[in-house]
Design a protein around this ligand. Sequence first.
Ligand SMILES: Nc1ncnc2c1ncn2[C@@H]1O[C@H](COP(=O)(O)OP(=O)(O)OP(=O)(O)O)[C@@H](O)[C@H]1O
Ligand SMILES: [Mg+2]
Length: 255
Amino acid sequence: MTLEDTCLLAKYCSKAGNPLYCHTLCFPYTRLHGENGDGGLLAVANIPKKYRNSTLERLPIKEENPKAFAIIQRYGQKVVEKVDEGVGLYLYGVPSKENPKGVGNGKTTSAIAILLEYLRERTILEAKRERKIDEVPAFFMKMAKFQNIYNSQFRGSNDSQAENGDKYQALKRKMMKCDLLVLDDIGLRGTTEALQNEIYEIIDERDTNERSTIFTSNVPLDKIAGILGEQIASRIEGMTLGVPFYGKDNRKKSL
Ligand SMILES: Nc1ncnc2c1ncn2[C@@H]1O[C@H](COP(=O)(O)OP(=O)(O)OP(=O)(O)O)[C@@H](O)[C@H]1O
Ligand SMILES: [Mg+2]
């Protein structure tokens, strides 16, 4: 069976669908998807299964958010260059009467479309021997999950605390060092000062080294200071371009 329907590289591959080459022993395929289709760089990047097909060419936001669509496409078309330049984005939902929390209008989908495009390009560059992938090129993290992993260091037996502490440190390092980080849903209320310090360290390290970060949030940037503190807010402002998302909650099925 050939892989042109599942491989994210098919669009760029002259051998897609050719039974001589397009199978699970194809090196770029295994690099990106893993031999069994559930590993590779996609797994390393921690992309939720639900979003693994959320590519740029399938981005559903054009009608409701033409400006955001244009910005995401432009970024995606030059993704390696943009990430190398350290250009970040702040994708935020704008509340309206029909959608008072500004949710479900494609922010996470858009952030992941860029992340997938980046992984595609890096996989291709590596296959052409133009640029090696040493560590984690791109990484997705949801803020609530990050908070849980952080808190797990202080719960349970001493052994599990130590183990969770190591796990947390490895995660924090990845979040600091990866070339492209997506930090999803950062507008969570009630973050403790200790957690804010951790977030600050990560963001500051990325900012200092001009590493690109894409944030998604349900609050505009001028309200982030009230949630995560002034220091974090001003860093985010300096390192990103704000992109508002309007429109209805697409998670809700219409009748
Ligand atoms: N404009 C759109 N048209 C059609 N479907 C869309 C649109 N925007 C998002 N979707 C779909 O709605 C679902 C939610 O999208 P997504 O998770 O990207 O929203 P979000 O803006 O990140 O929401 P939240 O603010 O709750 O995190 C996904 O299944 C996505 O494919
Ligand atoms: Mg989201």
